[in-house]
Design a protein around this ligand. Structure first.
Ligand code: FES
Length: 218
């Protein structure tokens, strides 16, 4: 579980980029007067997209914009683990350590992270990488996998993962996706083993009911 305490190193201020400032103004218009606080999650998310993490100064700015107590913004930001309360690397690696990924080798990927990046929440000297272990990311059929920023890197081996991290740390782009040459997305490896009859796609196996189920008993 990610540590949910804000960084001790905080910037003095936060400012929206001009583009995000106009985005905020548009969002606020979507809510009736007095209900702007409902926009707190998208605002926090936008702040994180802009800075990579959510600082105390960003929370204070959002509280003023949405006319809500600062502590309410703080409660939301510290509750949801998707909000980073500390700076992260340019490429933020979220490594799934839940059972399917663990059974398929996630622990070996953790060792790669420790070796290439360091302990969780460490940022590499290049500023490019940091990592954290998270719970299931919903891509169990391509375990083990990681999320790097907004994208999934799946069917990883320690060797492939190490190579990805090294490239990203050098600032090279790595296309996300499935890293198993014998597999297309989450299809089975090799031949399909189920739903192989063409007939099922023509609807010919669906027979109409000749008699409705007996509902008279009641
Ligand atoms: S267990 Fe890793 S994606 Fe579900």
């Amino acid at each position: 579980m990610a540590e949910r305490t804000p960084s001790r190193q905080q910037p003095d201020s936060f400012e929206w980029s001009p583009e995000n400032k106009s985005w905020c103004e548009e969002q606020i218009k979507k809510f009736p007067e007095g209900r702007q606080a409902s926009a707190v999650i998208p605002f926090l998310w936008r702040a994180q997209k802009q800075e990579g993490w959510v600082s105390i100064a960003a929370m204070e700015t959002i509280a003023k914009q949405l006319d809500m107590p600062y502590i309410r913004v703080y409660e939301v930001a510290t509750f949801y683990t998707m909000f980073n309360l500390k700076p992260v690397g340019k490429y933020y690696v979220q490594l799934c350590g839940t059972t399917p990924c663990m059974l398929r080798g996630a622990e070996d990927l953790v060792e790669v992270c420790k070796d290439v990046i360091g302990p969780q929440n460490t940022i590499t000297p290049s500023g490019n990488l940091s990592w954290i272990e998270v719970e299931c990311l919903g891509a169990c059929c391509n375990a083990p996998m990681v999320q790097i920023n907004d994208y999934y890197y799946q069917d990883l081996t320690p060797e492939i993962f190490r190579d990805i991290l090294m490239k990203l740390d050098r600032g090279e782009y790595v296309e996300p996706g499935v890293f198993n040459d014998g597999r297309h997305t989450s299809d089975p490896e090799g031949e399909n083993t189920t739903l192989t009859s063409d007939e099922i796609y023509k609807g010919e196996q669906a027979k109409p009911l000749t008699k409705l189920p007996n509902t008279d008993a009641a």
